[in-house]
Design a binder for this molecule. Structure first.
Ligand code: PHE
Length: 463
């Protein structure tokens, strides 16, 4: 069966590809602005706790399910759990479709910035905030770039696992680290950089509130690509002799280190330019051009262009993993040809993404959703997807505990991990998956939903 579906050609192939899914706009675009809105170091602290206590176990569980079942997210739940559990897989597939719909729009912005910095006159502008505001309302341009992005995604997914997805990741991931580190060194030399470092690295416990905790948790799930079947699907292409635990640890460390480095690059810059860290989604699009501008026209173009190009690559390895989830479902369950479905699904998702694309001021009712505190459609879909990821993670733990059973997960994890069954790691994992994760994730998911729609302040007087 595996020959027919394709399998990662090497151990590194799986790790790099899964890390490629994890590392993306979530790390470089979203992590810094959420950290900026939530007090910097306080957010980093909560984020790290969420990653290493709740998310790594969920990741191991998700990969184990996928590898045992050897099929897509729907098929995996159905095969291991029977009838109705398949719906949980379908839920994840639907969430992936919506994430990709808006993610692709932001990727279009990044692609546009790559072109505008390398070949256009973006760096000649004075006010990068105003430039960004106008740029994203430029429907024709964004439409073209997002479409281009979706086409690249479809081409690679259409090629299948080893040839397309694995090969693309092997080059892009290391290059991203190199350029990030170079930019960190540069930004640390700027005046006032230390203020930024302090904001980002010295936690002020007083700044931790429910918002910090909710944002830290949802960002951890989003950034690690958890809760919707991406890693389950990738796990289904993983060799049986590969160690799931060390793979999950490597993927989490790779992902977290990119987010951490992105913060280390951005905050010295934010403080040296005197920009407010609470800008929200535009943050990196405003602050980064400033640093490239300060490097002078030639170097700025070169470094700025390379940076946004790599950001596009990072985004591409994530869009690939998002598209792979519904495509694997249609290929495995409905026996469609991989190439055809890749194109079909990509276009459908692109069409859904138009709603997010036009919510930046072009179409009034999409820009100010009356039922969602007058926020824009992109924020709405992104919030709903985030909630669905933590709900998906909670349900997955319940699935393992009550349906598939912990000992089956342990058996799968033990393949490729000598001594696992007798180890303390196993005890830890068993407890987290049966108790800690479902309880904490379940409670937080409910609170996040209440907070988004009613407001915890209104309900309980806190928040
Ligand atoms: N983890 C990706 C990022 O950080 C986004 C993603 C979410 C990809 C969910 C797949 C599944 O950009």
């Amino acid at each position: 069966m595996s020959e027919h579906r394709g399998i990662f050609s090497s151990r590194m192939g799986f790790i790099l590809t899964a890390a490629g899914s994890a590392v993306g706009l979530g790390n470089i675009w979203r992590f810094p602005y959420l950290a900026g809105e939530n007090g910097g170091a306080a957010f980093l602290f909560i984020y790290l706790i969420c990653v290493f206590t709740l998310c790594v176990p969920v990741m191991i569980g998700e990969i184990a399910i996928g590898r045992r079942a050897g099929t897509d997210a729907y098929g995996s739940y159905k095969k291991l759990g029977g009838g109705k559990w398949g719906y949980l897989g379908l839920f994840g597939i639907a969430v992936g479709i919506f994430i990709l719909s808006y993610y692709n729009v932001v990727a279009g912005w990044a692609f546009g910035y790559f072109l505008e910095i390398s070949f256009g006159n973006l760096l000649n502008h004075q006010n990068f905030g105003a430039f960004f505001g106008e740029y994203v309302t430029n429907s024709g341009t964004i439409l073209l770039f997002s479409l281009g992005f979706m086409v690249m995604t479809a081409v690679i997914v259409g090629q299948g696992i080893a040839a397309g997805i694995e090969a693309a990741n092997k080059i892009m991931m290391p290059a991203l680290y190199v350029i990030l580190i170079a930019l960190i060194i540069y930004s640390l030399t700027l005046p006032n950089a230390m203020e930024g470092l302090k904001f980002y690295l010295v936690p002020d416990v007083g700044k931790i509130n429910t918002q910090t905790i909710f944002d830290g948790l949802r960002q951890a799930f989003f950034s690690l690509s958890l809760g919707m079947g991406t890693l389950m699907t990738y796990g289904s292409y993983m060799r049986k002799d590969q160690n799931i635990i060390s793979s999950a640890a490597t993927i989490s460390i790779a992902d977290t280190s990119v987010a951490f480095l992105a913060g280390l690059m951005i905050f010295p810059l934010v403080f040296s330019e005197g920009v407010e860290p609470t800008q929200g989604p535009p943050l990196v699009f405003i602050v980064l051009p400033q640093i490239f501008h300060s490097m002078g026209p030639i170097l700025g173009r070169f470094i700025g262009g390379s940076f946004f190009l790599l950001l596009c690559f990072a985004a591409l390895t994530s869009t690939i993993s998002l598209l792979e989830v519904p495509v694997a479902y249609l290929v495995d369950q409905k026996k469609f040809s991989r190439k055809r479905v890749s194109w079909g699904v990509a276009l459908l998702i692109f069409a859904i993404g138009l709603l997010s694309m036009l919510s930046m001021g072009q179409v009034d009712f999409l820009t100010k959703l009356s039922f969602y505190q007058d926020r824009d459609f992109l924020t709405f879909v992104s919030d709903m997807c985030d909630i669905s990821l933590t709900v998906g993670g909670t349900m997955m733990c319940l699935f393992i505990r009550y349906r598939w059973k912990i000992h089956n997960m342990d058996e799968e994890v033990a393949l490729g991990a000598n001594g696992y069954l007798q180890s303390a790691t196993r005890k830890y994992l068993d407890v987290t998956i049966s108790w800690i994760c479902p309880i904490l994730l379940g409670i937080m998911s409910i609170l996040i939903i209440l907070d988004k729609f009613i407001g915890l302040k209104v309900l309980f007087g806190w928040g």
